[in-house]
Design a protein around this ligand. Structure first.
Ligand SMILES: [Ca+2]
Ligand SMILES: [Ca+2]
Length: 309
């Protein structure tokens, strides 16, 4: 038995004999002689890369010219080039089950799987966290950190990508600060609600909702106040005579305006006088009560006095 390799799928003079280093005159080794003779031959392919075609040629014992038979072609893809891309990715929060990913690429045989290491994989003290064969999830792997906090602290995560031929490439480190231990203080319920709202709607939306709620409450309260005021006005106001009402209310308003600094003391006195005068005129027309002395008369009198002088 002799084994040949070729760079095209046709056996011929260009086919190259695969040498055997240990047994120069015996090509291959019989290891199952009971049913069919099976030969194997180790082939060191470290100097090869790419697509090759293999043939086995078997000879009978005729001497001096043996009869031979050439096998059908067998195609092999030899990959002796490392993957070209391997980047570790870790997604927060760095607590509980931490999601590890890797961006990987191998142009020859393709990526087979990815290992995740806590620490440089070339360092014997580093820990293999796990591995993933799932290309569809970017070889994601969930690292379940210790809930009691044993894994808390800084970690340097590495990915090691293997191609289908077993060549591997290590990533650079991805530094993370793990925080997995249970909180010692009780959780503030407001913080919890805030967190839930932020988690479902995002901070911007949360602020907007709170703002709208406050606005709606203010409007509602204002409307209610006006309605209550309007509804109680006729029944709760003390029953007073027209004269009392006409004087009392404007005077109260005037006092309030003075107290609030909307009018000066002089303006207050002046307006008060006017109100009292108009009140008096109401009294004169509506009642038979004797009118109080008209302040205008004294003014006129003093004016006359002034003219006399
Ligand atoms: Ca050929
Ligand atoms: Ca490769």
């Amino acid at each position: 038995m002799k084994f040949y390799y070729d760079d095209d799928p046709v056996f011929g003079a260009d086919s190259q004999l695969i040498p055997t280093e240990t047994m120069p005159n015996v090509y291959g080794t019989v290891y199952n002689a009971t049913t069919i003779d099976v030969y194997d031959l180790p082939w060191n392919t470290s100097a090869f890369h790419g697509t090759y075609y293999l043939f086995a040629v078997t000879y009978d014992s005729a001497d001096p010219l043996a009869n031979y038979l050439v096998s059908s072609v067998y195609t092999v893809e030899i990959d002796n080039v490392l993957p070209t891309v391997c980047q570790a990715r870790v997604y927060g929060p760095y607590t509980g089950a931490i999601s590890l990913y890797a961006n990987v690429w191998d142009a020859d045989s393709g990526i087979d799987y990815v290992e995740y290491w806590d620490g440089d994989p070339t360092n014997p003290n580093s820990t293999l966290l796990g591995m993933s064969f799932d290309a569809s999830s970017s070889y994601s792997f969930a690292w379940a950190t210790d809930p009691s906090g044993l894994d808390d602290g800084l970690h340097y995560i590495y990915a090691r990508a293997y191609d289908e031929a077993g060549n591997y490439l290590d990533s650079t480190s991805f530094e993370i600060n793990v925080y997995s231990h249970a909180p010692s203080e009780p959780i503030d319920p407001l913080y919890l609600i805030g967190g839930l709202m932020a988690g479902t709607m995002g901070d911007m939306t949360k602020d907007l909702i709170i703002f709208t709620l406050i606005g709606a409450l203010v409007v509602f309260a204002s409307v209610m106040t006006v309605m209550v005021w309007k509804s109680r006005k006729p029944s709760t106001l003390p029953s007073k005579s027209k004269a009392e009402l006409s004087t009392k209310q404007p005077l109260d308003i005037l006092k309030t305006r003075l107290a609030m600094g909307e009018i000066t003391q002089d303006e207050y006195i002046q307006n008060k006088k006017l109100i009292e005068e108009s009140d008096t005129s109401v009294d004169q027309t509506s009642t038979t009560k004797k009118a109080p002395p008209d302040p205008n008369k004294s003014i006129k009198k003093s004016a006359k006095k002034a003219r006399k002088r």
